[in-house]
Design a protein around this ligand. Structure first.
Ligand code: ADP
Ligand code: ZN
Length: 288
């Protein structure tokens, strides 16, 4: 059996699957203090004989095997999780190889093999939800370096149509993508949940402008074959033509990309991307 963990801000999803990666059991555990939820996670997996486990964790996390904080959750507002050795706790309790990476990286990997990026090798996956995070696939592999990229916090140039003086809601940066375009940023402008807005609300043009600007930056930085949008906000289908049109204006023909309606697209797996990718990575770590 293979195991998968998708560790999110509100819940942990744990799943086990057979050799064909068909999910056999799955559980949701609320994201509580690690002293409370790690024993529940361990208990779930101890029912099974695992040959590999894939973990996608909310960041920032220590991802560099050379570094002393490898496997740790870094500074986070989530109570009890700052500087917690999550990978160490899993390794102590579960005797199997573990693939350890970020939540967005497992989702990117899932999209690559089973979702909107099948057959491709170089992809950027961006989740636009409570926050914005990105996973990058380079040459078929999850891209990591000194640490994992944090492409949700790149600086953006404000839109002329935006609320005057709005600098975003990121506590770290003014005018960063997450602060300007994640769900809470939309809600800060309009005062109601983003999902309740009309499809023709002017805020979607502003949202599309920022997501397109980010897509231009990722195109210039990584030259991917496709950029995929996941997360709650990405369910707004009217955004895609707006993002594509704004991308064309902002890129201004500087680099060639695939046709924009194939290049800037919605994720294919929805909420299953993370668990699917984590299972695929569990399988990979088991056989390497
Ligand atoms: P999380 O990021 O916490 O895992 P989501 O990806 O669902 O969860 O993101 C939640 C954010 O996305 C909230 O700000 C919410 O208002 C917004 N959101 C969720 N669903 C939609 C939707 N269908 N349309 C627009 N915004 C949405
Ligand atoms: Zn930021």
């Amino acid at each position: 059996m293979f195991g998968a963990i998708e560790a999110g801000g509100t819940k942990f999803v744990c799943a086990v699957a057979d050799e064909q990666l068909v999910v056999q059991d799955r559980v949701r555990i609320p994201t509580d203090d690690p002293q409370k939820c790690v024993p529940q996670i361990v208990q779930f997996f101890q029912q099974y004989q695992l040959s590999g486990l894939g973990v996608g964790a909310f960041g920032p996390i220590g991802i560099n095997p050379e570094s002393a904080d490898y496997g740790f959750v870094k500074q986070t507002p989530k109570p009890g999780w700052s500087h917690f050795d999550f990978l160490g706790a899993l390794k102590t309790a579960l005797d199997c190889p573990i693939y350890w990476t970020t939540d967005v990286n497992v989702a990117a990997y899932g999209e690559l093999h089973r979702g909107a990026a099948q057959g491709l090798h170089n992809v950027v996956y961006l989740t636009v939800g409570t926050g914005i995070g990105g996973g990058i696939i380079h040459d078929g592999k999850v891209y990591t370096a000194y640490s994992h990229p944090e492409v949700g916090h790149i600086a953006v140039r404000p839109s002329a149509d935006d609320v005057p003086g709005f600098k975003g809601v990121c506590p770290y940066h003014d005018y960063c993508l997450e602060g300007m375009a994640a769900g809470p940023a939309i809600e800060a402008r309009v005062g109601v949940p983003a999902a309740t807005l009309s499809k023709t609300d002017a805020v979607w043009d502003i949202e599309a402008y920022y997501l397109a600007q980010a897509a231009v930056d990722y195109t210039l930085s990584f030259a991917p074959e496709r950029i995929i949008f996941g997360g709650g906000v990405s369910n707004q289908a009217q955004l895609y033509p707006l993002i594509q049109a704004s991308f064309a204006v902002q890129m201004n023909g500087y680099v060639e990309t695939p046709p924009l309606n194939e290049y800037l697209v919605h994720a294919g797996l929805g909420d299953d991307a993370g668990i699917t990718g984590a299972l695929l990575l569990a399988q990979r770590v088991a056989t390497h």
